[in-house]
Design a protein around this ligand. Structure first.
Ligand SMILES: [Zn+2]
Ligand SMILES: [Zn+2]
Length: 57
């Protein structure tokens, strides 16, 4: 895998992965390895009832 450029999420780190959903190139920090999506897509794809996540009600 040869992804070059800057992460499209944080626009700061070097992109190492590409999202399987939107094709965005993202860094390891903004990549959800379980889903193969970028952080943005992973957040949208996940159900609203996030167990154990107290980030927001
Ligand atoms: Zn990033
Ligand atoms: Zn994506």
């Amino acid at each position: 895998m040869s992804v070059t450029g800057v992460c499209q999420i944080c626009e700061h780190r070097v992109a190492e992965y590409s999202c399987d959903r939107c094709g965005a190139t993202v860094c390891a920090f903004d990549y959800d390895g379980e889903m193969g999506f970028c952080a943005d897509c992973a957040q949208k794809a996940k159900p609203d009832n996030r167990r154990g996540d107290t980030f927001q009600l």
